[in-house]
Design a protein around this ligand. Sequence first.
Ligand code: CA
Length: 225
Amino acid sequence: MATVLVVEDDEFVRSAIIRELAGRRHVVRSAGCALDALREISQHPPDAVVLDLGLPDLDGSEALKMVRGISDVPVIVATARDDEAEIVRLLQAGADDYLVKPFSGDHLGARLEAVLRRARSAPPPQVLRVGGLLVDVNRREAALDGGPLTLTRREFDLLAYLAVRADRVVTRKELRTEVWHQSYGDDQTIDVHLSWLRRKLGESASNPRYLHTVRGVGVMLSAPR
Ligand code: CA
């Protein structure tokens, strides 16, 4: 089940598509013009969009471009023209797939399942959540229980590396090669950084909440129980 936004100005075609998708147990919302569709996408982000290219207010490829400006949602464009150059252009402009009108309900259903499947297998967003700890890998920001953490570059790298591998023991050797990029060295540097990180997380080695030392092996980040 997914939430699908159907953008189609022809009421007859629109209700046929809505019926078809609802019959496939999708939640269907609809819009009759591009600007309504854009508003809908920003206010109630759908899982996929079926976008008619012949809309009254905006040219189809303009509409597609504007959708892409605000969202990465999978878009299937529905075009009346079986024109290869046009279809290639639309795919390059960010459409995920296309349908040439008139299309059958089965055809629509199959294309929709395919784009939803692809979207679901896409890499997860790089914001990691471990209990009350939030690590935004792309923005290099971290917060604990809603309050921002001020971390040095190395502390952030260390935290992010552990957060990606939450609930798994990471060895000091792995930290040394993957975070410090050193093939050998002493573990004291790592231990010192771990203790700084621990202090910023408001905990101590003897009373850990997130950072758990596994004696003789390494360290594990996990949410407090
Ligand atoms: Ca139309």
